[in-house]
Ligand binder design. Structure first.
Ligand SMILES: C[S@@+](CC[C@H](N)C(=O)[O-])C[C@H]1O[C@@H](n2cnc3c(N)ncnc32)[C@H](O)[C@@H]1O
Ligand SMILES: Nc1nc2[nH]cc(C(=O)O)c2c(=O)[nH]1
Ligand code: SF4
Ligand SMILES: [Mg+2]
Length: 242
């Protein structure tokens, strides 16, 4: 079996974001990303200075850890990262599905894989202007095509008015994809911190931004998106592995 670079496996916890919020979930966080968003809250799975901490694991190794964490009771598994689409998760998906686990994946939509069709939910999170990244819409469309019958949804992080206006344009372009708007955490764990999870988090600022996003969206009579904060951040702040 080929080996996958895994930054962390943790849970069960609740899915803290978007379409399946609140659902008991084990997370598999892949190491490596083709983007580097200015406000990324998971740089320990992105920055190559952490690559020595990414464990090479076979699908069987990963699934053994999942079974251990979940007591062998099937639940939702979330593939995140980093960008999990860089690597080949098809073997892990086959192993898990055979035992009744279902797979959700978070990706920015920059790399398409044919195994997306084996997922139960594909969460595409195109990056707004504040991220400093630019979306390749042809690649993004490839991801939607590869998902086939898998439920596909969109989650856009919003920091400011420019992001909000951008999200409105994207929503017009993809009217059939359910859309989740998520206020940004402007105090993500810093790269430099030895113990990143102890880093200061501005909860009041996050809640103010959430309130602003609700007021703005509803004030514009824009009623199609679901507007949700990062629930795990409200409960645990910047703590890692939850
Ligand atoms: C860490 S990313 C990993 C998966 C994939 N690379 C992606 O971006 O979709 C998981 C989710 O967290 C979101 N995210 C990252 N940093 C954030 C922040 N500072 N505030 C709010 N959401 C954030 C991303 O936009 C994405 O939807
Ligand atoms: N509880 C919890 N929910 C999450 N939803 C998306 C996450 C991610 O970092 O991909 C995440 C995470 O790290 N923890
Ligand atoms: S695409 Fe995702 S993991 Fe990569 S830098 Fe952006 S938020 Fe972080
Ligand atoms: Mg996260």
């Amino acid at each position: 079996m080929n080996r996958l670079r895994i930054a962390e496996i943790f849970g069960p916890t609740i899915q803290g974001e978007g379409a399946v919020i609140g659902v008991p979930t084990v997370f598999v966080r892949a190491g490596g990303c083709d983007y580097r968003c200015s406000w990324c809250d998971s740089l320990h799975a992105v920055d190559s200075k952490f690559r020595h901490d990414w464990k090479p694991m076979t699908a069987a190794d990963i699934f053994a850890e999942i079974e251990h964490l979940s007591g062998g009771v099937p639940l939702a598994l979330s593939l995140s990262g980093g960008n999990p689409a860089i690597q080949d998760f098809s073997q892990l998906i086959a192993l898990g599905q055979a035992k009744g686990y279902r797979f959700v994946m978070e990706t920015q939509g920059s790399i398409a894989q044919n195994w997306f069709s084996e997922l139960s939910t594909l969460i595409l999170s195109p990056k707004p202007p504040s991220s400093g990244e630019t979306v390749d819409w042809a690649k993004f469309d490839d991801c939607i095509t590869q998902a086939k019958q898998a439920e596909t949804v969109m989650k856009i992080v919003i920091f400011d008015v420019a992001d909000y206006n951008w999200a409105r344009e994207v929503a017009t372009r993809y009217p059939d994809l359910p859309l989740y708007l998520q206020p940004g955490n402007h105090t993500p764990p810093p790269l430099e911190a030895e113990d990143a999870e102890d880093a200061e988090i501005n909860m009041e600022g996050i809640m103010n931004r959430y309130e602003w996003l609700i007021d703005k969206t509803l004030g514009d009579h824009w009623y199609s998106p679901t507007i949700l904060p990062q629930l795990h951040v409200l409960v645990w702040g910047n703590k890692r592995g939850v």
